[in-house]
Ligand binder design. Structure first.
Ligand code: AMP
Length: 540
């Protein structure tokens, strides 16, 4: 099937050609569409009005659509969802796709039509996909040719729409509809948690939540200039997909890599091509970028900002990344329940090497976002003073409205109007938050608390250790015993005794691992998070 809008970045630069294609159509926006400002699709409409000819979407170096074209497409696709497929406002659409431009089209069209998107991690097992489809009650599953077999294996009983199919193109010719009016508290995105414990839960994110998250990006994370772009190399079902929104608001180009995933060489090359590029990366991805840059003498030309988060960034790794790629890093701490927006460690704070507490700050996740309150609570829900470890609690307009169809879990997690994150941390006197660990990962051995992250940080300072994951294994005598899973650096050797001596030199005796398991890889989910649940299972 040919591309519907086959112009390249070079064509886009030749304004007259580009303008002739777009001008007559985009004029429609000035007359016929009726909007409600809280609908997230309004970000697209506004970008189309302000910058109709600017490049909105690209796949690799191939330009796909201008903002005017994207808005027209989405209004037509929204019409097809509502009238051809008979979906009603509030219905859910599951997206099971790799990172492609169509991801964005479907999301915006769904919001335009007043529907709710359910982006599903493309690496999930068909049985997990099946659970999410059923639990969310999705009426339509949108997928691509590569993932269609998995949708079939999932035994999908709902309608399936294949991007790139004749039906897909036909829908773009349907009559555009007016943007649905939605209330701020209307659900926009069901974000299924990564399920590192138990069944995934459907975090219900409203239009208000995601609008506030988008505005928070401009307050605290970064500015986005005319002509900038975001490279969606991390999964669009998660952080990268959420960052579609602030980049729509700024009319920046959204680039999905041709590989549809995370390839370090491709990212550097795309950044050089587009310039002003932003990337959301999990800490493991930052490590891969740094290794690639060192090996290939890449300088990160064109890469404006790397926003990292979604899991612990070890001190050694961020220092290495800053040393290799320079001051282009911003750290965010968030969770599905308060998407991308709890705290932020800014570019300036990464660069403030002369600050007396620089090392501490680099090991922290920064200050609460504008408009977000953070507290540390004890087990009874009382606020703890600075310097004391407890559960991180969050309040603000970005916090989810609850879990989809799970009142009990919602009431537990949102008790007293605060989001109980399940993360352990402490605030310092200046308000910077340091995360200690997930409360579920805490190891209690011989009555003492051991934070796996602290032990992992020490193990990672040994030159032979590439990756480390520490867990607790039930033990009749101690309650739990500390076990370390180690991936050795290529070509390196280290025996358990050597690592034990290294730990004894740096941390209290009772915290050191009692057993070492040397493995080739650690089990990780699609977002690069180590699946400690799996390690605990094999440690038994
Ligand atoms: P998810 O809901 O899948 O995005 O997972 C959120 C969890 O990832 C949080 O509750 C934290 O445990 C962890 N996390 C997110 N950002 C960071 C960060 N910057 N540093 C450490 N852990 C993080």
């Amino acid at each position: 099937m040919p591309q519907r809008f086959p112009f390249t970045a070079a064509d886009a630069a030749k304004a007259p050609v580009f303008k002739r294609r777009c001008a007559p159509e985009h004029e429609k926006f000035h007359s016929s569409y009726h909007t409600h400002t809280m609908n997230l699709a309004h970000l697209l409409l506004r970008a189309a009005r302000a910058h109709p000819h600017r490049l909105a979407l690209a796949r690799g170096e191939q330009a796909t659509m201008s903002f005017a074209e994207l808005a027209i497409h989405c209004a037509a696709l929204a019409g097809a969802f509502r009238h051809r497929l008979r979906l009603a406002p509030g219905d859910r659409i599951a997206l099971f796709m790799n990172n492609r431009p169509e991801y964005l089209e479907v999301m915006c069209a769904a919001w335009w039509a007043g529907l709710v998107v359910v982006p599903v991690n493309a690496k999930l097992h068909p049985s997990e996909l099946s659970y999410i489809i059923e639990h969310s009650g999705a009426r339509l599953v949108v997928t691509d040719a590569a993932l269609a077999p998995a949708v079939e294996l999932a035994g999908n009983r709902r309608a399936t729409l294949l991007t790139g199919s004749p039906d897909w193109y036909r829908m773009h010719d349907d009559a555009p509809i007016d943007m649905a009016e939605v209330r701020p508290e209307t659900p926009a995105w069901l974000f299924y948690t990564s399920g590192t414990t138990g069944r995934p839960k459907g975090v219900t994110l409203t239009h208000r939540n995601l609008m506030v998250m988008s505005l928070g990006y401009f307050c605290d994370v970064d500015s986005i200039a005319c002509g900038d772009c975001i490279i969606h190399a991390a999964p669009m079902s998660h952080g990268s997909g959420l960052y579609i929104l602030p980049h729509l608001a700024a009319a920046a180009t959204q680039v999905t890599p041709a590989s549809e995933g995370f390839e370090a060489a491709e990212i550097f090359s795309l950044a050089r091509h587009y310039r002003g590029a932003t990337l959301f990366a999990a800490p493991t991805m930052v490590r891969r970028l740094t290794a690639h840059a060192r090996a290939g003498a890449e300088t990160g030309e064109g890469l404006k900002t790397i926003v990292y988060g979604g899991g612990p960034m070890y001190g050694a790794d961020i220092r290495d990344a800053l040393d290799c790629l320079g001051q282009r890093f911003v750290q965010i701490y968030g969770q599905g329940e308060s998407p991308m927006t709890i705290t932020v460690l800014s570019r300036e704070q990464h660069a403030d090497v002369g600050h007396p507490r620089y090392a501490e700050r680099l090991g922290s996740v920064g200050l609460p976002h504008t408009g977000v309150e953070v507290r540390i609570l004890d087990e009874t829900g009382r606020a703890l003073p600075a310097g004391t470890v407890g559960e991180v609690a969050v309040r603000g307009d970005v916090v989810m409205s609850g879990y989809w169809c799970d009142r009990q879990a919602s009431a537990r997690t949102l008790a007293d109007g605060w989001l109980h994150t399940g993360d352990l941390g402490r605030l310092d006197e200046d308000g910077f938050l340091t995360l200690i660990d997930r409360s579920k990962d805490l190891i209690i051995s011989g009555g003492s608390n051991i934070y796996p992250r602290e032990v992992e940080e020490i193990l990672l300072t040994h030159p032979a250790v590439a990756e480390a994951a520490v867990i607790g294994r039930p033990d009749p005598e101690w309650g739990e015993q500390v076990i370390a899973y180690i991936v050795l650096a290529q070509g390196s050797k280290a025996a358990a005794a050597e690592l034990d001596a290294h730990c004894l030199n740096h941390i209290a005796r009772f915290k050191r691992p009692r057993h070492y398991r040397f493995v080739d890889v650690l089990p990780k989910n699609n977002y690069g998070k180590v699946l400690k649940r799996e390690l605990r299972q094999i440690a038994d």
